[in-house]
Design a binder for this molecule. Structure first.
Ligand SMILES: Nc1ncnc2c1ncn2[C@@H]1O[C@H](COP(=O)(O)OP(=O)(O)OP(=O)(O)O)[C@@H](O)[C@H]1O
Length: 227
């Protein structure tokens, strides 16, 4: 998915205080780019991901996400964009504890597809992330890496063209982290756009571009990527 942000700002009101989080952000990436974003805690990385998933709207500027003009789009258009085009992967996995692995993966499809279709698709994705043998297990029976692999399968269930990852390896040891990166590389293959927020500078060697957020602005650090 092609993404273009122009002159984008975002602030939050906290009591009487206005917190300016993002300030005149400008960038564009082509479809199939893997972009890493780093920056200090509280610098606005998650806020930027929330604009890129159209959960939140910018105060001003232009936010174009594939065919969606996120500033002009109404609530239903933005919801449909999230459902059909975006996969979100979180640091804390966010699996439903009361459902088994397979059900967790197929949940986003259930309102729209027959159960059988959802089951088959979930099985294929679980196979891809090496979790098919655990499909009847509950999240509490899984390691962190296994939970994240399940969450990735769930994020892929609607064939998203954009995958947003918020510290996806933040809770994992190095071996599990590397497994997750390998899966992301397999998904990416220069077709799916990946935007990965991380504190782990080691991860910035993967991908096509690296931006750092500082004082609400984006600094292009791509040059340091070892290919
Ligand atoms: N809904 C909100 N209301 C008020 N302030 C908010 C809201 N969401 C975020 N903020 C503030 O915006 C700033 C940026 O937050 P954000 O979560 O985007 O940072 P971050 O770079 O992802 O941080 P971290 O690395 O610690 O996760 C913080 O000061 C935060 O307190």
């Amino acid at each position: 998915m092609q993404i273009k942000l122009q002159n984008v700002s975002k602030s939050y009101q906290k009591g009487t205080e206005l917190i300016q989080v993002l300030n005149n952000i400008d960038f564009s990436i082509e479809s199939g780019t893997w972009l890493n974003i780093t920056g200090p805690s509280g610098s606005g990385k998650t806020t930027l991901l929330r604009l890129l998933s159209a959960i939140e709207q910018a105060d001003n500027g232009q936010v174009v996400l594939g065919h969606l003009d996120a500033i002009k789009a109404n609530e239903e258009e933005r919801r449909s964009f999230r459902r059909n085009s975006v996969g979100y992967i979180f640091q804390d996995f966010q699996l439903f504890e009361q459902f088994d692995v397979q059900t967790n993966v197929m949940i986003p499809l259930l309102p729209y597809e027959p159960r059988k279709v959802a089951e088959e698709k979930a099985e294929k994705l679980l196979d891809m992330v090496g979790m098919l043998h655990r499909k009847n297990h509950m999240p509490s029976q899984l390691s962190g890496g296994e939970q994240q692999r399940t969450a990735i399968a769930r994020a892929l269930i609607n064939n998203p063209q954009l995958i947003l990852c918020d510290e996806p390896t933040g809770n994992l040891d190095i071996e599990k982290r590397d497994q997750i990166i390998e899966i992301l590389q397999e998904i990416h293959q220069n077709v799916v756009t990946i935007i990965l927020v991380t504190h782990d500078l080691e991860l910035t060697k993967y991908g096509d571009a690296h931006f750092e957020i500082r004082n609400g602005q984006l600094i292009d650090r791509t040059i340091s990527i070892v290919r």
